[in-house]
Write a protein that binds this ligand. Structure first.
Ligand code: NAD
Ligand code: USQ
Length: 382
């Protein structure tokens, strides 16, 4: 298949581009490099040193013979996107290219406006581009489990059957997102639902949980192919932060009571889920929704897992309960469906001690790059 991976220089996008290329697909990457600029804005860095996109794809070509074409540009610039679609004529468009940090979106008004403008406009442009230029192209859009929030009933995959006043319907599952970032994903979902209905676009929303790990078989092939790994309080996510905190001799930063429960998955499963989605396109006019996570953990459970393995490796991390900078439930019901991707062939990599140990040992090689002052949260929801 010809596949465009938008956001292909990022944490999920880069390993996905390599994996799909390895599987024999013809890959082009779009990225405007804004994530690298945000590191400068936040005086932060990837824990792992990362090569430029040019050097990454040149190394991949040298090692595999496979070309990955690159387009540096912004999805919010329609003329740019149009040119890429006219040149590539993709069968599938994988859309990772959004501002994806909840804390970043909560810094102030400017960052909230940027997040929603970037994400909602970019996705609207992709929808118009598909309609205008490649109407049969399958949009594979990264959503988030956080669109659903933490309702006191089980979470379904996208839709729920409701009986009301004697009548029944299958309706979009209610959304109760917890940040202006998570809200941007809900706005995207509404726009995609509408575009599928009126124009007959085919789309799959992958409501992904929190991703952990950094390596895939492909990113490990050479240091120039190394993936980025975020640990700062703005872009770092729970498990990866705890691992890096353990390696750097910092307390593990559980926010509040730590009963916040989320869906999680290994980056190795992210890349496979994209492949499964590409192999199983939605019908014309259909908006199919898969919940993309493999296991549920509370934040405290994750911290305990990391603490146990870190102790076995000779480290001495404490688990600290910080005042929660976010407004969220700290003890709640959480039970979410995730059978659709497994039914289509996903074989999950689960988070056992050996997996924790492997990630910890990789991280310990780069522990000297940690900027300590970026670990504690500074952004408040209030
Ligand atoms: P990331 O920030 O590492 O990568 C996103 C990439 O998109 C970056 O390289 C950035 O430069 C690019 N980008 C952003 N806006 C763009 C635009 N307007 N035009 C072109 N390029 C643009 O993020 P990630 O962790 O790889 O996440 C990728 C996607 O997966 C996001 O949509 C995110 O919401 C979703 N997701 C991520 C996680 C996670 O735990 N990382 C979990 C669930 C969902
Ligand atoms: N948390 C801590 N300590 C930390 C960091 C986070 O206790 O040091 C808690 C948060 O308060 C939250 C939970 O861990 O309750 C998850 O936070 P996170 O930063 O790991 O993840 P989140 O902000 O939800 O965002 C990440 C990605 C985002 C994606 C989302 C999937 O950045 O792009 O959409 O995970 S989900 O959480 O399922 O919505």
């Amino acid at each position: 298949m010809k596949i465009v991976v938008a956001g292909g220089d990022g944490f999920c996008g880069w390993p996905t581009a390599l994996y799909l290329s390895k599987q024999g697909h013809d890959i082009a990457v779009i990225d405007n490099m804004v994530r690298r600029e945000m590191d400068n804005e936040l005086h932060s860095n990837s824990l792992t040193p990362i090569a430029s996109l040019e050097d990454r794809v040149a190394k991949w070509k040298e090692m595999t013979g496979n070309d990955i074409r690159t387009y540096k540009g912004d999805l919010t610039h329609y003329d740019f996107l149009r040119e890429v679609l006219l040149t590539e004529k993709p069968d599938a468009f994988v859309h990772f290219a959004e501002q994806r940090s909840a804390p970043y979106s909560m810094i102030d008004r400017e960052h909230a406006v940027y997040t929603q403008t970037n994400n909602v406009t970019g996705t609207l442009n992709v929808l118009y581009g598909i309609k205008e230029i490649v109407p049969d192209c399958h949009l594979i859009k990264l959503g988030t489990m956080g669109e659903y929030g933490t309702p006191n009933i089980p979470i379904e995959e996208g839709y729920i059957e409701i009986e009301h006043k004697g009548r029944k319907d299958t309706l979009p599952y209610p959304k109760q997102p917890g940040s202006f970032y998570h809200l941007s994903k809900v706005h995207d979902s509404h726009n995609i639902t509408f575009a599928c209905k009126i124009w007959g676009i085919r789309a799959t929303d992958l409501n992904q949980g929190v991703v952990y790990g950094l390596d895939t078989d492909e990113t490990k092939m050479d240091p120039l192919l190394t993936n980025r790994l975020d640990y700062d309080a703005v872009f770092g996510t729970a498990f990866n932060r705890f691992i890096i905190q353990a390696a750097a001799g910092h307390d593990l930063t559980v926010y509040g009571k730590g009963g916040q429960t989320r869906g999680f998955l290994n980056i190795k499963d992210t890349v496979r889920c994209i492949e499964i989605a590409a192999e199983n396109p939605a019908d014309r006019g259909e908006f199919q929704v898969f919940n993309q996570f493999t296991e549920e953990f509370s934040v405290s459970e994750l911290a305990e897992k990391v603490q146990k393995v870190a102790q076995e490796e000779g480290l001495k991390p404490n688990v600290a309960h910080l005042d929660n900078p976010r407004v969220e439930e700290e003890e709640h019901f959480f039970e979410a469906a995730n059978t659709k991707l497994k039914d289509l062939g996903l074989e999950p990599h689960l988070l056992d001690d050996d997996v924790v140990r492997e990630i910890l040992r990789t991280v310990m090689q780069h522990e000297n790059r940690v900027i300590q002052k970026n670990i504690m949260p500074q952004v408040s929801w209030k």
